[in-house]
Design a protein around this ligand. Structure first.
Ligand code: HEC
Length: 195
């Protein structure tokens, strides 16, 4: 059903909706789009463009160094199955300011964070992607309303991790400090700029 027909059909049954929703087409279209905001294909399409987003750490950093840093900060010790791998993190515009500017960030709904796992520091060929999508309020309050996803290097599709509880419980380490987002790849200069 095209937009006009749909509007007509709704209008026939609900005159009030016709008046408020259909008179101004752009508004009505916006409403339709909002209901599909977190549609997996839509999120996937955005993620396919992640290379145009801001890299949070342009220089890939090594995982096991980060785990060491986490311990040095007296956080819960974090083990990683990916010792000797490098990571680079990207965030879309929605989450950019909290990521780079806020000492205690709260990420708005619509934030997407993509983590590349790289075989070495100069590689531009990720071996794997882990992803966090900040969903609408009450999507999953215990886990900060974050949705955890994974993607193979071919980027063909987004998948729900089989061990999503692991993602959630480990990221709960940062629930209070930074809205479940570790940010332990920020450089000392970036950390100093947080307000
Ligand atoms: C054992 C702890 C642990 C588990 C389990 C874990 N993560 Fe993480 N995650 C980290 C750490 C530590 C970082 C910081 C970067 C790094 O070391 O990779 C991180 C970073 C991230 C980031 C970048 C945003 C941030 O928090 O800084 C995303 C996205 C992410 N993880 C997604 C996932 C997903 C999806 C899963 C489950 C498939 C998962 N993580 C499981 C510890 C974990």
């Amino acid at each position: 059903m095209n937009y006009k027909k749909k509007c007509g059909a709704i209008a026939a049954t609900l005159p009030a909706l016709f008046l408020t929703g259909c008179i101004s087409a752009p508004q009505a279209q916006e409403k339709l789009a909002a209901t599909t905001l977190y549609d997996i294909n839509r999120v996937h399409n955005q993620i396919l463009k992640y290379k145009t987003w801001k890299p949070v750490n342009p220089e890939p950093v090594k995982l096991n160094v980060l785990v060491g840093a986490a311990c040095a900060n007296a956080m819960k010790a974090i083990s990683t199955p990916h010792a000797d791998k490098f990571v680079r993190v990207y965030v879309n515009d929605v989450g950019l300011a909290p990521m780079l500017e806020a000492k205690s960030p709260q990420f708005p709904a619509g934030t997407i964070i993509v983590k590349e796992k790289l075989p070495n520091k100069t590689s531009n060929t990720p071996e794997f992607f882990t992803i966090m999508v900040k969903r609408e309020t009450a999507y999953d309050p215990d886990n900060g309303d974050w949705q955890y996803l994974i993607m193979e290097p071919d980027m063909a599709k987004l998948e729900k991790p089989s061990d999503v509880e692991n993602c959630q419980s480990c990221h709960a380490t940062w629930a209070k400090t930074s809205d479940f987002v570790s940010r332990i790849y920020l450089s000392p200069e970036q950390n100093r700029k947080l307000k």
